[in-house]
Design a protein around this ligand. Structure first.
Ligand SMILES: C[S@@+](CC[C@H](N)C(=O)[O-])C[C@H]1O[C@@H](n2cnc3c(N)ncnc32)[C@H](O)[C@@H]1O
Length: 234
């Protein structure tokens, strides 16, 4: 019988990552503090993913994916600090990786490999791989950063695209571009990770073999990849 690796999808939301995982040769469980049992595509547990003792109940999965909330790091929060005269920085106002015990949870769960996802302005990610929609032929300019316990080359293209986040765009177009349901809320659609990003990262993960590169990824020679990623030469 084929062994399908287990992926714990922590901070899963309704399942941007989960939708991609459900089409890959892996088993997966979503964990979120909100109730997404009806929406999440697959097994789902409503729980606090920053609770170390609880997360320890998932012993040594092949992959632990973490998408902690990004308000402490986002450009929008920093803009709001100026706009609304906050007397705290976003990192003081919102939970950081330290507040969410991100490193402690990884240590306690002890996965074979891990991925931590966040916005490009998150300075608590260590030597992340950088991905954006243009590299995968998606009409969106969302750049996301991923700290990984394995080497992943950057996939970041420059250029213009049809849907520019932060400007006016049609919500259902963004949902379609990301491959998620249009009836998700605005913030759920905005924070959903496109399936191409998930496939790309899992392709490089030694614990999730048999995940092909997304077809839409432009095949590039090794020397075209940008500098250093994941702590090692791309
Ligand atoms: C950036 S979104 C996740 C997006 C998701 N990865 C996707 O691709 O659709 C962050 C999620 O973290 C959840 N969240 C916030 N604090 C949490 C906590 N302490 N434990 C579990 N989930 C939490 C939020 O409800 C939200 O769904």
């Amino acid at each position: 019988m084929t062994h399908h690796p287990l992926v714990i999808d922590a901070y899963s939301g309704p399942g941007g990552v989960g939708l991609a995982l459900s089409d890959l040769p892996v088993r997966h469980v979503g964990v979120d503090i909100e109730e997404y049992g009806d929406e999440y595509p697959g097994q789902f547990v409503r729980a606090d993913a920053s609770h170390v003792a609880f997360m320890e109940r998932f012993p040594s999965p092949e992959l632990l994916w973490l998408s902690p909330r990004c308000q402490a790091y986002s450009r929008l929060s920093w803009a709001n600090m100026g706009r609304y005269d906050w007397d705290q920085t976003p990192k003081e106002r919102y939970p950081t990786f330290a507040d969410l015990n991100v490193r402690e949870v990884i240590e306690a769960v002890n996965p074979e490999h891990y991925i931590i996802e966040n916005v490009a302005t998150c300075d608590d990610l260590r030597e992340p791989a950088r991905l954006n929609g243009l590299a995968f032929g998606l009409p969106i300019n969302n750049q996301r950063h991923f700290e990984t316990s394995f080497t992943v080359p950057d996939a970041c293209e420059s250029g213009t695209c049809e849907i520019s986040l932060g400007s006016e765009y049609v919500r259902h177009e963004l949902a379609a571009a990301k491959g998620v349901p249009a009836n998700w809320s605005e913030s759920e659609i905005r924070s959903a990770i496109p399936r191409e990003f998930v496939e790309y990262l899992l392709h490089y993960c030694p614990s999730t073999p048999n995940v092909p590169l997304p077809e839409t990824l432009r095949q590039r020679a090794l020397h075209e990849f940008v500098e250093v990623t994941g702590g090692k030469q791309a």
